[in-house]
Design a protein around this ligand. Structure first.
Ligand SMILES: [Zn+2]
Length: 152
């Protein structure tokens, strides 16, 4: 039996597996899943041989677009994203890091202008080896992915 199917029982939709533990909530906001009325199942801190602990998100009756999948890799570089039809994996999305990300996340720099003016945040994505950084367009400070949080 397919490994993805052993952890998912959705008929049609998308399974995002191997999310670094603690990152699933950010991805929920990143994909706007609370506003859209998709049926979503979230698993947090599930045991994983490869990652020790992982998060998983299952979205029913919605296939993620490649651009959405790419944004996930900023926070979950090892995520595997499979499109399911009739309980079978019909497509594995190959992701690449996007060049930038905007709107969803708050700049961790408390004196950044994005906190005092109503401007959408904008971060360039840069890599240094395995390290992924977000560089704020406005204050030009560099942040680790774990420092950046959702703007709720
Ligand atoms: Zn900033």
């Amino acid at each position: 039996m397919n490994k993805t199917l052993s952890v998912s029982a959705i008929y049609n939709g998308t399974v995002i597996d191997h999310i670094n533990s603690g990152q699933a909530i950010k991805i929920i906001y990143l994909l706007g899943l609370l506003d859209k009325k998709y049926k979503v199942t979230i698993g947090l801190n599930l045991p994983s041989k490869r990652m020790n602990l992982k998060d998983i998100i299952k979205i029913e009756n919605h296939s993620l677009k490649n651009e959405e999948a790419n944004e996930i890799t900023v926070f979950a570089p090892e995520a595997t994203i499979n499109i399911i039809k009739d309980f079978e994996v019909v497509k594995k999305i190959t992701t690449t890091l996007p060049p930038n990300i905007s709107g969803i996340f708050s700049c961790p720099n408390p004196i950044c202008i994005t906190h005092s003016e109503t401007i959408e945040t904008f971060f360039d994505i840069t890599t240094h080896g395995k390290q992924v950084n977000l560089v704020c367009k406005y204050c030009e400070k560099i942040f680790d992915r774990n420092q950046v949080n959702v703007n709720i």
